[in-house]
Design a protein around this ligand. Structure first.
Ligand code: DGJ
Length: 734
């Protein structure tokens, strides 16, 4: 008993000592807060000049409180600055997953990064950038951490630059963009995505357990084919649409990426994300500056819907090319003709574009190659000369026909690729990514060009530039990318093969940058045989992306629902095709949830189908601004429900549209209860009217006026059933 009381007294004394020594050191510590409208990321420099993350969460009312945040002690050891390092170096005292690992010019592998200075600048209204300089006290290696905060949208981007002044090159074995630290939550729930061709964006949610969970890709190009870099982390419990704390994040990089999620021994989550270092230890020359891609994230305390609306605003305002602009509705010939077309056939399709009422005709694959005509997917990539047999009068005559029909003209290319059956392959075998002395492996019968080589960059740029020079009225490019990189080897990089995956993507970005200097606004679709490539690094150059070759509208309800968490509707190309068994109405209603297009044989539509489609395009033109620029609300999830429901409301709250789709054809499946709308003004009255009603059919929802309050508290039943499988409601301020 006596012994116990002494121990208790001793414990108090120790606790008092820790507390007082901690408090006295508060003043000696530098606090670096980065704030957005709702959140704060707070870093602290301790007496030993170590920089750590002490807070990432909802903003506190008093800034002075951040200095009071305690370190984390375990068995008397203060782990601050080790587990929660703001950018974890390896080879010194950190033994957890590092953000950076180097081999110095002399072969030594240790690194320590200590705080030197920081500054915060305003980049533009509402955008601030904090730059923190860290240096190794022993080796001349310097790392700058950049933290860019977009105040209104609660989005933060982080990246780093790395440089050195050693006698020779150093090797970056790992070089993450960011190293987050989430502390003080009971559990973390990862919502990640996986997929394959025609099966993109399949969500999976799991509780994160101790150790490391890695999300990565090593495909080189078309890198998201099996797994995109975007993910969500719910804090404490799985977040819902409107409740819970959740972090959305992704890497702005169109190449191999790696995200490590490490639940540390103190039950805190470390998130380390960047370029995948697999087979990519980067040789960095003296004074060369290596810039990592940006890692974006947004934290919401009001569920996933709020996170996604913030992200949409951020992406439209700051990221996507022409994010605030309009998009073109179109008719694509891919599924109507595949490779089998000629000038006459295309001229009919161009006239059909006008008949349908879309803005543009898009000529897909198959228009090029003469020595090796592109009549199949096994030839001609690289030979971007017009196929004389199919198109004896060139592209120009098609552009003119389009103009005569008052529609625009767009064209498909896949300029990073080469077919072994091509003149280019014969002329420049040294431009092709392949291992000398090993047999070639093909993905869709093709190989990838070495974009690390500046001459290849010139060639790829030239493909686009020549098309525009020859056809100045060309209005749109669909940029495809159908192969992964096998047998990675760059003839150009010689003994720096490990730089290949990184230099390939930077080479691609250089080409896109040049294109955008000369053609700043021309719309371009980022396609990769589906969603193999979308990310915010690429969307800086592209106006939209192709989510999947799978255009079965039922599948698209799910896929577009998931994509929509991360990308706004104006970027999500959605085409009506003949995939699936659904009616033209269902197919069109689903495609209207994104950037609407068609890939059908118009002359095969019966009279009513045609009339329906023409009217739906007119309706879309009225509502497109609300869909593209408005706030998106997910009213009902397709997973586990009979129907999915998605709503868009324009920014001033006076127009909205609700799309509801049946996803279950079982007996009596449907919307039996009202669905509560969101984002309206409670005190306003709204007219609710059904649009996209099939000719001769009666609306299933009667036109009526309701208060916003009623629509949001009580809701309205869109009456979706197996026979009324989709219903579109237009909401207008009465
Ligand atoms: C894959 C794309 O996803 C399709 O839309 C089409 O453009 C084909 N490539 C053409 O080869």
């Amino acid at each position: 008993m006596k012994k116990q009381s002494i121990n208790l007294r001793q414990s108090f004394a120790i606790a008092f000592f820790i507390l007082t020594s901690y408090c006295s050191s508060i003043t000696a510590q530098e606090i670096i807060p980065v704030k957005t409208k709702s959140n704060a990321l707070v870093l602290r420099v301790n007496k030993g000049k170590e920089l750590s993350t002490i807070y990432l969460g909802e903003k506190l009312a008093n800034d002075s409180d951040y200095a009071k945040i305690q370190g984390q002690f375990r068995q008397g050891t203060d782990y601050s600055g080790i587990y929660n390092a703001a950018y974890t170096a390896s080879g010194s005292k950190n033994l957890l997953e590092p953000a950076i690992t180097v081999t110095h010019a002399d072969g030594n592998t240790s690194l320590d990064l200590l705080y030197v200075s920081h500054k915060t600048n305003t980049i533009s209204a509402g955008v601030s950038q904090t730059e923190i300089t860290l240096k190794d006290p022993v080796y001349p290696v310097e790392v700058h951490l950049f933290i860019q905060a977009y105040f209104d949208t609660d989005v933060i981007e982080q990246w780093t630059t790395i440089q050195h002044n050693e006698k020779g090159s150093i090797t970056l074995n790992k070089y993450a963009s960011a190293n987050l630290y989430l502390k003080g939550y009971n559990s973390f729930w990862l919502n990640q995505y996986h997929g394959d061709w025609a099966k993109e964006m399949q969500p999976e949610e799991t509780k994160i357990t101790h150790g490391i969970k890695t999300l990565d890709t090593k495909l080189g190009s078309r890198t998201n084919l099996f797994l995109p870099s975007v993910f969500m982390i719910s804090l404490d419990k799985p977040a819902t649409e409107d409740e819970g704390k959740v972090l959305f994040a992704g890497l702005e990089w169109s190449g191999n990426f790696r995200t490590d999620l490490e639940l540390d021994p103190l039950n805190n989550l470390r998130i380390i994300s960047g370029i995948n270092n697999a087979a990519a230890a980067y040789k960095l020359a003296k004074n060369e500056v290596f810039t990592t891609p940006k890692f974006w994230y947004t934290l919401s305390s009001k569920g996933k819907g709020n996170a996604s609306r913030n992200l949409h605003d951020w992406s439209r305002n700051y990221k996507i090319l022409d994010g605030k602009g309009d998009r073109l509705t179109l008719l694509n010939n891919w599924e109507a003709t595949y490779f089998s077309f000629d000038e006459e056939k295309l001229k009919v399709l161009i006239a059909d574009s006008k008949k349908l009422g879309v803005d543009m005709f898009l000529l897909d694959d198959g228009w090029f190659g003469n020595t090796y005509p592109r009549n199949n997917d096994d030839a001609a990539l690289g030979d971007w000369d017009v196929n004389k047999k199919k198109l004896p009068n060139g592209i120009g005559t098609l552009v003119k026909t389009a103009k005569d029909n008052q529609v625009k003209f767009g064209i498909w290319i896949e300029p990073e690729m080469v077919s072994p059956a091509s003149d280019l392959y014969k002329k420049h075998p040294e431009w092709v990514v392949k291992q000398q002395g090993r047999s070639e492996h093909y993905f869709r019968n093709q190989l990838v060009l070495d974009l690390a080589n500046p001459k290849v960059q010139d060639f790829v740029y030239g493909v686009v530039d020549n098309l525009f020079t020859e056809n100045p009225e060309l209005a749109y490019i669909k940029w495809d990318c159908n192969a992964v990189i096998y047998n990675a080897y760059s003839n150009y990089l010689k003994d720096k093969q490990n730089n290949f995956y990184t230099d390939y993507v930077n080479g691609l970005y250089k080409v896109l940058e040049r294109i955008r200097v000369k053609y700043p606004t021309v719309p371009m679709m980022l396609c990769s045989g589906g969603g193999g490539r979308v990310d915010y690094g690429a969307l800086k150059y592209f106006t939209e992306f192709w989510p999947s070759d799978n255009t079965d509208p039922l599948e698209r309800v799910y896929m577009q629902y998931e994509y929509s968490y991360f990308y706004p509707a104006l970027t999500i190309a959605a085409h009506v095709t003949d995939w699936g068994k659904q009616s033209i109405k269902y197919r069109t209603d689903v495609a209207m949830m994104g950037r609407l297009g068609f890939d059908i044989v118009v002359k095969e539509l019966n009279e009513k189908d045609l009339a329906f489609t023409q009217q739906a395009i007119k309706n879309y033109n009225v509502l497109s601004n609300t869909i593209w620029q408005g706030d998106q609300y997910r009213l009902q999830n397709p997973w586990g429900n009979d129907a999915a429901s998605v709503m868009f409301v324009n920014k001033n709250g006076n127009e909205g549209v609700v799309f509801t789709y049946s996803v279950n054809s079982r007996y009596e499946a449907g919307t039996h209860l009202p669905i509560k709308l969101k984002g309206l003004q409670a005190g306003q009255n709204y007219k609710v009217e059904e649009i996209n009603v099939y000719p001769d059919k009666k609306p299933v929802v009667e036109t009526a006026v309701y208060s916003g309050d009623f629509l949001m508290q009580v809701g309205i039943n869109p009456n979706v059933t197996a026979s009324n499988s989709s219903v579109v409601l237009k909401i207008t301020k009465a």
